[in-house]
Each structure stands twice: as structure tokens, then as C-alpha cells.
Ligand binder design. Structure first.
Ligand code: DLL
Length: 442
């Protein structure tokens, strides 16, 4: 790593930008933002077209709040510019390409220059370090390798931090368990539901998940709750922290959580300027603390500068704590496109996770099925959830009732609860699919 570093009182050495004041950070953001909008306007035809159509020019950005005058960028823009239309550098300067899976349409393609890759590795290293990982530790990386940014992004960050990386990727759970036992890693990087799959499989093999060498987990790529954190921490005797990111903005490491506070991920604001907007009226930029859709503008990216990217992730901005100048994001309640609208009530899978895990007889393994029975106009939600081992028949009945009632009270929806046998629902290999929408297509 070549970036400037400063010593701290703890056992970690932080980047200088992690310790600067808010004023200094905002001054840095403004100069980087002014550069980025001009750079994007000059080099990417889509930005020039959109800025011109909106009637804004890079020179209109005089203070940070002027960013609100600039047009948004959406996933649809990236799709329409498929594959390389959003790139701001000639192809020979693009050192690496990643892409989304494209299951919901054309893949979105993203690119990185050598400097982008170095910045990305630095920010993942920063996130891992915040979450308790230290140089010299062995890191078991179970994020998927390939076009998904999780595997290679986490890998490069752990290497940049000075760790020994075990690049196992996702899947092959039996093998993961063998290697955890044989290589004795200190930290594991995975999606929360995949770590649950691993812990669950250990128990099936008669291995006590608290007995492994693992002490830290850095989990992300999908929504998860405080209840799930508690579940995993107790089950595996680890400290579990959040890492957030998305490919269009960079990949993992846009934000990372500090192990000493465990109070939400700090957005690395020396590289990204976040905003929260009203998802239903995007012209409204909301204040800190107000829930809405997260929007990002990159401040240093060369290959794919991104201006006001609408993430569809719903959260809010909170003041910095462990890294005071960098605001935190609240837990993501869900994505606006993952929201179930059930008879007029909005519902997210994470709400069900939160409620279910407070009921001792129920496990974190659940699926949500949406149906519309023949001849009916009303949609039906069925929560299929596995019971924990050693639960009696009465226990199952009362847990099902409790879940149904709590969902009605906290979410406002009526649903059917179906408590199923342990091991009967599909396990996660990465990002877990929670919603099964079986309603007839309109
Ligand atoms: O999931 C990047 C990543 C990899 C982040 C590994 C963390 C760890 P995408 O595949 O582009 O990139 O998906 C991005 O995943 O918009 C969120 O909806 C969701 N997501 C990512 N991290 C979190 C998190 C990677 N910590 C999309 N909590 C984002 C909740 C998350 N949701």
C-alpha cells in the first residue's frame, strides 16, 4: 500500500483520510466532485447528453449541495450503454471488467483502471481492518469469484491489508469446512446466509461451530439484521461485521463496519459522496437520519465515474462514530425492487427475519411465497420456516401462531405460516433468494 498512513492508539494503523475532520473531508469531497462531474461530462457521451438535457454544466457545481441539480444515473442507463458505453477511458487502460449476473435483464458491465483497482483494494483493506482483521491473519474468502465483484474485490483487499488469503470462493460447503479445520483461518468473508449454511453443515457433521479458529466474519452482499448477527455470533463464537458495496459504484468496500462499535457501516466518504432521496419523489433530497433511497457519486473513479447512481437500497445516513468524519448507513431494510406489496402493505424479507429470530422455536431458514389462489383477487403470503431441532409439536403450533401474530402487529399483513422440518428448505450458496413469487403474471 502506498497511501499515507497514521498511527492510532489501538493496534491498527489507519489511513490518514479515516482520521481527518469533517470539514477537511468535505473540502476534499468538493474538489474531487468538481473534477468528477467535469471528467464524466467530457469523456462519457451519456453524461454530456443528460447534463445538457437537464440544463446543468459541471461549472454549476460550486458547493456540495449543488450536486442535487445533476441528473441521476440508473441501472437502465448502464444496460442501454452495454457493454462499454459508460467507460471514460480507452479500452487498453481498463485493467479489469466485472459484470452483474444479468438474471433480471441484460448484464451491467463495469470497468477499472489500475488506479481504480488500487483504490478499491485500499478501501476493502480499510473495511476489513475496521472489522477486526489484521495484517498476518489468515482470511477464508467464501465470496464467489468471477464476474461478481465479491470474490476478487475481497481477495485484493485482504492481500493489500497483508493477510494470507484462502481463495475458496462460494459453494462446496463440505470442502469449506475441511479447509476451515485444516488451515485454521482467523477470519471468514461470506454472505451472511452462506455463513449460516456453513455453520449449519458443521453441526450436521457433528462439528461444534464455536470450536473453529474463526474469530471474525465480514459479511455483506445481501440484507441482514441485528438478529441474524446475534445468531451467527453465538453460533460460531465470532464477531460479525457488515461490509457494503455494489458493482456499479465499485464492489464490496464502499462502506465497512467497525468492530468496536458494530453500529452500521461507515461510508468511505473520501471516495464516495452519498445522498438519500425520496424513492417516490426523487427530486427531494432528504436530510441525515431520514429513511429513503441511497444514491452515490464516485469521487475518484477513472474507468467508470458514476454520478448520482440510484442504488434502490433503502436506508438512512447516520453520523460517524468510530470514524467520526465518515457518515454511517443504517441497516438496509431492503431494495425498493424487493419490496412485497401485499394488499397495500409494504413488506421486506428482513422484517420477517427480525421477527422470526425473536421466536426461540424458529430458525433463520425461511422463504416467502406469494400466490394468488384461483378465482381470488387477493394475494396470499405464506411464510415457510424451518423449526429448530428438538421442538415439540405444541412448540411448533405456538411458534407458528406467534409468528403470524407478530407479522400482523409489526408489518400489518395477514399471512399463513408453515413450519417445516429442519433442512427442508434450500440453503444459500451466496446471495439467498427469499421471495418466491408464484402469482400469475399480469
Ligand atoms: O454484492 C458487492 C459486495 C460483495 C458487497 C461482497 C459486500 C460483500 P452487487 O452484486 O452489485 O455487489 O450487489 C449490490 O447488494 O445494492 C445491495 O442491495 C446488496 N448489498 C450489498 N452489500 C450489502 C449489505 C455486491 N452489507 C447490492 N447489506 C446492493 C445489505 C447489501 N445489502
Amino acid at each position: 500500500m502506498t497511501q499515507e498512513t497514521v498511527a492510532t492508539t489501538s493496534d491498527a494503523v489507519l489511513d490518514r483520510e479515516e482520521t481527518i475532520s469533517r470539514d477537511e473531508l468535505e473540502a476534499l469531497q468538493l474538489s474531487r466532485l468538481q473534477h468528477t462531474v467535469a471528467y464524466a461530462y467530457d469523456r462519457v457521451p451519456l453524461y454530456k447528453r443528460k447534463f445538457d438535457e437537464t440544463g446543468v454544466h459541471p461549472t454549476d457545481l460550486r458547493e456540495l449541495s449543488d450536486l442535487g441539480k445533476f441528473p441521476f444515473t440508473t441501472k437502465e442507463d448502464l444496460r442501454l450503454e452495454y457493454p462499454f458505453g459508460m467507460f471514460a477511458v480507452p479500452q487498453h487502460e481498463v485493467a479489469r471488467i466485472h459484470a452483474s449476473s444479468g438474471t433480471t435483464g441484460r448484464a451491467t458491465v463495469v470497468g477499472y483502471t489500475k488506479k481504480d483497482l488500487a483504490d478499491w483494494a485500499k478501501l476493502v483493506a480499510r473495511s476489513l481492518r475496521a472489522s477486526g482483521v489484521r495484517p498476518g491473519m489468515k482470511v477464508h474468502n467464501a465470496y464467489g469469484y468471477g464476474l461478481f465483484t465479491g470474490g476478487m474485490g475481497a481477495h485484493a483487499g485482504a492481500e493489500a491489508l497483508g493477510c494470507t488469503v484462502i481463495p475458496i470462493s462460494g459453494g462446496q460447503t463440505e470442502r469449506q469446512i475441511t479447509l476451515i479445520q485444516d488451515f485454521k483461518p482467523d477470519a471468514i468473508l461470506a454472505t451472511p446466509t452462506y455463513l449460516l449454511t456453513i455453520a449449519d453443515a458443521m453441526m450436521k457433521q457433528g462439528i461444534d461451530p464455536t470450536s473453529t479458529s474463526l474469530r471474525y466474519a465480514v459479511l455483506g452482499a445481501e440484507p441482514w439484521t441485528e438478529e441474524m448477527r446475534h445468531e451467527l455470533e453465538v453460533m460460531m463464537n465470532i464477531k460479525a461485521c457488515d461490509i457494503y458495496g455494489l458493482s456499479e459504484v465499485m464492489g464490496p468496500g464502499v462502506a465497512g463496519e467497525a468492530v468496536e462499535t458494530q453500529d452500521g457501516s461507515h461510508i468511505w466518504e473520501d471516495h464516495f459522496r452519498p445522498e438519500i432521496i425520496d424513492a417516490f419523489d426523487p427530486s427531494v433530497v432528504l436530510g441525515d437520519g431520514e429513511p429513503g433511497e441511497l444514491v452515490f457519486t464516485s469521487l475518484t473513479k477513472e474507468a467508470l465515474p458514476i454520478i448520482r447512481y440510484r442504488t434502490k437500497d433503502l436506508t438512512r445516513l447516520l453520523p460517524g462514530t468510530a470514524r467520526p468524519a465518515h457518515r454511517r448507513m443504517g441497516r438496509i431494510t431492503g431494495r425498493s425492487d424487493d419490496m412485497i406489496i401485499l394488499r397495500g402493505v409494504n413488506l421486506f424479507p428482513s422484517q420477517i427475519e427480525e421477527i422470526a429470530l425473536r421466536i426461540p422455536e424458529l430458525s433463520p431458514h425461511f422463504q416467502l411465497e406469494l400466490t394468488r389462489p384461483e378465482g381470488q383477487r387477493m394475494d396470499q403470503l405464506t411464510v415457510k420456516i424451518e423449526r429448530r431441532e428438538s421442538v415439540t409439536a405444541e412448540g411448533i403450533a405456538s411458534a407458528a401462531k406467534a409468528l403470524q401474530q407478530q407479522i400482523k402487529i409489526h408489518v400489518g399483513s395477514s399471512c399463513t405460516v408453515n413450519v417445516v422440518e429442519p433442512g427442508s428448505l434450500e440453503r444459500s450458496n451466496g446471495k439467498l433468494r427469499r421471495i418466491y413469487d408464484m402469482r400469475p403474471k399480469a
